[in-house]
Design a protein around this ligand. Structure first.
Ligand code: GLY
Length: 306
């Protein structure tokens, strides 16, 4: 019986997920995330997202297939509407796993991916308001033609945990797959890459155990390899809940840098799932679609203080 687990931001993709529940997990993930990437009201995935410090949108995405452990990822991709499809094409058409920046854009162009100006009026206005509120007046005239370094801490991501989207599927064919897509940390330093396209940090799937996707502060998930850690804790014999809790405990070893929230989403190969908002006092909404019922349920995650 197929199960889809998706975070709150995934709501524009839920209909596609329900309609495709009997299809292969990679197809379900790609269809759902494409809908989310195209939804301009979601300001942290695809079109209409908040840009980086210089007003440009750089998108990250990855996808992983648990049967073969094949994966594809793109980072800092500019000008293409569906980074999740470009990531899947990296997996299926190249001998590589991960493309970044100019190379990712070149590949997107060569495979005929849909080019698009992703900045909407709302995202441009959001950027202008950020510059106005955070950059000293004397610098604004020549912004961003100046050093950005000392302004990188000027604003922490307003979307924080609700941002990135992740979709996990254990499908009718016995396969577990994971997909993640995001514009990353709003007002980030150009070229900043979060956990979403980093296989093992924001995304991992292995049919023997399950699938994992993270949202929130990517820097934390990268530093302790959260998604793969959850899988490895399951490999050591922990159930999905205990594996997520153990992976979250790893954040307690972090000091320095930005320590905020990460929401870990995990589903095991039997379809049991667990979602944990680490570093949060309040749970985070997520959705579960189960083939048997043919509809989605909205649930709230557990929390863990760090
Ligand atoms: N978790 C998404 C990011 O940090 O970019």
């Amino acid at each position: 019986m197929a199960v889809i687990l998706a975070n709150e931001t995934a709501w524009p993709g839920l209909k596609s997920g329900i309609d495709r529940i009997d299809e292969c997990g990679l197809d379900i993930i790609e269809a759902m995330i494409r809908d989310i990437e195209a939804a301009s009201e979601v300001h942290s995935v695809g079109r209409g997202s908040w840009p980086n410090m210089v007003g440009e949108l750089e998108l990250d995405a990855s996808i992983m297939y648990g049967r073969t452990l094949e994966a594809g990822a793109v980072a800092a991709l500019k000008g293409y509407l569906h980074p999740i499809s470009v990531a899947r094409a990296v997996m299926s058409r190249l001998p590589h796993v991960f493309l970044a920046g100019e190379g990712a854009a070149r590949f997107a162009r060569e495979i005929g991916a849909e080019a698009s100006n992703l900045l909407t009026e709302a995202s441009r206005n959001g950027f202008d308001a950020w510059v106005e509120g955070n950059i000293p007046e004397k610098l604004r005239e020549r912004w961003p033609e100046c050093s950005l370094v000392e302004h990188a801490w000027a604003s922490l991501d307003p979307e924080e945990v609700g941002g990135t989207t992740c979709v996990l599927v254990c499908d009718d064919f016995g396969d577990c797959s994971a997909g993640v897509s995001t514009s990353g940390w709003a007002w980030k330093y150009p070229g900043r890459v979060g956990d979403s396209p980093v296989i093992g940090a924001g995304c991992y799937a292995d049919n023997r155990y399950g699938a994992v996707g993270c949202i929130g502060t990517g820097e934390m998930a990268i530093r302790v390899s959260t998604a793969r850690s959850v899988i490895l804790y399951m490999k050591q014999g922990m159930c999905v809940e205990e594996a997520c809790r153990e992976a979250a405990r790893d954040y307690r070893d972090l000091s320095g840098g930005v320590i905020r929230r990460v929401v870990i989403h995990a589903v095991d190969r039997s379809g049991s799932h667990f979602v944990l908002a680490a570093g949060a006092d309040e749970g985070t909404r997520y959705y579960v679609v189960e083939e048997e019922s043919g509809r989605f349920e909205e649930r709230i995650s557990e929390t863990m203080r760090l």
